[in-house]
Design a protein around this ligand. Structure first.
Ligand SMILES: CC(C)(COP(=O)(O)OP(=O)(O)OC[C@H]1O[C@@H](n2cnc3c(N)ncnc32)[C@H](O)[C@@H]1OP(=O)(O)O)[C@@H](O)C(=O)NCCC(=O)NCCS
Length: 147
């Protein structure tokens, strides 16, 4: 298993990025400035993008594992890798997600804890309603971890 930092042509991973963030122009807002990491175990399994917010805070903007490889530990391995990578570079890592039982338990399992909520983020910023597990996402839930 190895994690590679992707420097060029980040859009080649669009199919994976869209699993986590289904509106491409929202991905475009962070892809250029974001640092991208790809986890390979023979072939590609997971991808993530991290953005610098300020000198103390980095934000995990996107993480996705191919559907057929989900639940096998790859997402957590990639998060552990970026925790190690950013330790010393920042104090805190944050991540925002919908109020969904598909993602919040995953982040909590990786060590994040719920921090705050941005009301109506999904309804204000996306051009169509976003549903996860049949439930419409409205607020953005932020989780954080001190590295
Ligand atoms: C969320 C996602 C990245 C998790 O990646 P993954 O490779 O499937 O996760 P892992 O297999 O590494 O899971 C790590 C741990 O979290 C737990 N976990 C993952 N999803 C969970 C869930 N919905 N509920 C409870 N626990 C969960 C796993 O059971 C595992 O626990 P363990 O360490 O005790 O075995 C993946 O499901 C995905 O790509 N989803 C679609 C894209 C997405 O929604 N991204 C997040 C956008 S905010």
């Amino acid at each position: 298993m190895e994690v590679k930092k992707i420097l060029n042509n980040k859009k080649q991973f669009l199919n994976l990025l869209l699993l986590a963030d289904e509106q491409e122009d929202m991905i475009d807002r962070y892809l250029e400035n974001g640092e991208m990491f790809a986890l390979y175990d023979n072939d590609l399994k997971s991808i993530c993008v991290v953005v610098k917010k300020d000198s103390r805070i980095y934000e995990l903007k996107n993480i996705a594992t191919y559907e057929k490889y989900q639940g096998k530990g790859y997402g957590k391995k990639l998060i552990e890798y970026i925790f190690d990578y950013y330790k010393g570079k920042c104090r805190t890592m944050i991540v925002g997600t919908g109020d969904s039982n598909l993602t919040i338990p995953f982040y909590e399992n990786c060590g994040f804890r719920v921090s705050h909520r941005i009301k109506n983020f999904f309804t204000d910023n996306y051009d169509h309603p976003i549903f996860e597990n049949g439930i419409q996402l409205v607020d953005m839930i932020y989780l954080k971890i001190d590295l």
